[in-house]
Write a protein that binds this ligand. Sequence first.
Ligand SMILES: [Zn+2]
Length: 230
Amino acid sequence: MGKTGFVNCRKCILYLYLLLACVFAQESKSFMQHPVFLYTASEIESIKGDSSRNVEIQNLIKQADAVLNEPLKIPEKEGNWIFYYFCPKDNAMLKAETETRHICPVCGSVYTDERTIAAYRTHINYKIDRDCVVLAKAYAFTGEEKYVERVKRVLLTLAKIYPSFERHDRWGRKGILAVVGGRRYAQNLDEAVSAIDLASAYDLVADASCFRMKIEQSAKNSCRTQSGRY
Ligand SMILES: [Zn+2]
């Protein structure tokens, strides 16, 4: 290859690189804007401007404030079927005295077995998922970041501990034998409903500054790690 051919070849590679860069740049623009699941940004503005929805929004804010006043403890082990958290003698839902001691409000029976404790974790998980949606909606209608922090904490904690959960079902089967089982929950239906709630909550708060700061910090850390390798 002569010098001219070599230069032309380098130009071709450069053009190809630029072309690919443009293609990927276009693709990156095609990511959807948040929020889109429960409400779009225009729907949120429309509801905020509708005086007939004021009571609804104020009730939502009260619910979110109540959630913030409660302690958050995210279960770090798998949950079991929610109906194991009912007294078999009278079908009453149990009350937690502690994390490991549960009382039937009708007959007073006490349950301390692992199956009941695991079902209680499911009861807690249901509430955490619902609370995330309430908090995320409160942020959407107020713009107050205080409602986002707990959603972020739940999502980041679950992202960290979820891989440690073993797939299981309510009959005690594990792994691939738990065909309709779940990981955080004992059945895949609950797992799917939970994913919808958590994704919907994230969608509403994704543009909050504390999430953007987290992503920017992750990018900086990644750059430092990469630069340290070379
Ligand atoms: Zn009972």
